[in-house]
Write a protein that binds this ligand. Structure first.
Ligand code: NI
Length: 183
């Protein structure tokens, strides 16, 4: 497996309609492995092949319930709608609010050539819709309102600093203890 470079908005491949995969080749399997590794490394919850410069209808998604590698994915059912924030590894440093279906069913081919149907809702459904849009050259920024920079996580950083301080203290304490224990 290898990390691939994620292309950024402005690259023409992100605006092309990706090609259907007629036959899954060893190169496609390698691509899916690399895409998964690249997604986890970013870190992200989904990645579409055009984002690594390959104009093929392939996506990988993992929202915490396991990794899905999907070839020629297609929405065959949709229901409801909700608006929530999303971002994209190809549009760094921004988020925006996008209306998506709440529930969808996606039909796709797995890496071993089986046809599957996935029922997804809420965040998983949102993520799949975002990645499938990439295959049609659509970026979430085309549909988003209120584009903005994400809120910085100041509080968490402060907590992390405190924890580090405590660790340092306890380390120095144990050093002193050890020194006192030296006969
Ligand atoms: Ni994206």
């Amino acid at each position: 497996m290898a990390l691939r470079e994620i292309v950024i908005t402005g690259h023409p491949v992100l605006r092309k309609k990706a090609k259907k995969v007629e036959k899954i080749t060893p190169l496609d399997l390698q691509l899916m492995d690399d895409m998964a590794e690249t997604m986890y490394n970013a870190p992200g919850v989904g990645l579409a092949a055009p984002q690594v410069g390959v104009s093929k209808r392939i996506v990988v998604v993992d929202v915490g319930d396991g990794l899905f590698k999907l070839v020629n994915p297609k929405i065959i059912y949709s229901e409801g709608s909700e608006i929530d924030a999303e971002g994209c590894l190809s549009v760094p440093g921004l988020i925006g609010d996008v209306e998506r279906y709440t529930k969808i069913t996606v039909k796709a081919t797995t890496p071993d050539g089986k046809t599957i149907k996935i029922d997804a809702e809420n965040f998983f459904a949102r993520c799949l819709q975002h990645e499938l849009d990439h295959l049609d050259g659509v970026l979430y920024t085309d549909k988003a309102s209120n584009m903005r920079e994400p809120e910085p996580f100041d509080e968490e950083e402060e907590i992390d600093d405190e924890e580090e301080d405590e660790t340092e203290e306890s380390e120095s304490e144990s050093l002193i203890e050890k020194e006192e224990n030296i006969p």
